[in-house]
Ligand binder design. Sequence first.
Ligand code: MN
Ligand code: MN
Length: 320
Amino acid sequence: MTTNGHPAPASAPPATYSGILSFMRRPHTRELGGVDVVVSGVPFDLATTFRSGSRFGPSAVRAASAQLAELKPFPWGVDPFETLNVIDYGDCTFDAHNPLTIRDAIVQHARTILASGARMLTFGGDHYITYPLLRAHAERYGKPLSLIHFDAHTDTWPDDQPDSLNHGTMFFKAVHEGLIDPKRSVQVGIRTWNDDTMGLNVLSAPWVHENGIAKTIEAILDTVGDAPTYLTFDIDCLDPAFAPGTGTPVPGGLNSAQALAIIRAMTPVNLIGADVVEVAPAYDHAELTGLAAAHIAADLLCVMNAQKLARQNGDALTDL
Ligand code: MN
Ligand code: MN
């Protein structure tokens, strides 16, 4: 059989624009044996304070990730999936019509995965989902955890209602519950006012622009040290020019190159889990936001792969 006179290949990998979508073409399965990293989605957006729509975030990130599965990731030049066993678990299920059951459904979703020994890379959903994810990670790894938090917002505004669903207050709750240690946690890209930042270290967006990437990386690594650390990336950390598809965009943010350079330098961190949240594709243009989120997530997997290789070789993470 020929196509335009050229012989058709006997078999060919799926084109980047075809096929059923999983994150970076990873196997879609719930078999957890021998898995290093479980990718999953939490399509929840009932906690938004402005524009909803991040329930479609996991699908958007998966769609944008297909083209990243074609080549070895830049600048690593290494196929992470040769050593790192990564699956796409699908999405967390919960009863959206009984909102007060959702937090614990997400905790249980994470508990099941973490019990296998795998790490999690989770796609939101709005940023509230990080709260139940932190609960499950603190249960598994011990509290308090360190937090590396990329965002335009501190998400530590006061909230004394334990069951409220609010994507701007969950780190207030996390500090009060002792889930995270504010002194060993850091927020990057902040550019909204909060009278009380609860003792977390803040590297505001103007600070990052003024001091540059190298100093930002140094400050993050110095703050978290070797403590078990959870990394959360609210896509609105990026400037709306780079991530318009999100619920509460704020001008003056990081660009994609800055964010990716920082993420790629996180190999010395004792990283126990990560998420990328707040992608709301209905407000996106030209898939900018989904693609940025997919790249950040792919780099996080490359960081985890470099860490696995170092552990296998008996190298210290700080030498990476
Ligand atoms: Mn946030
Ligand atoms: Mn935010």
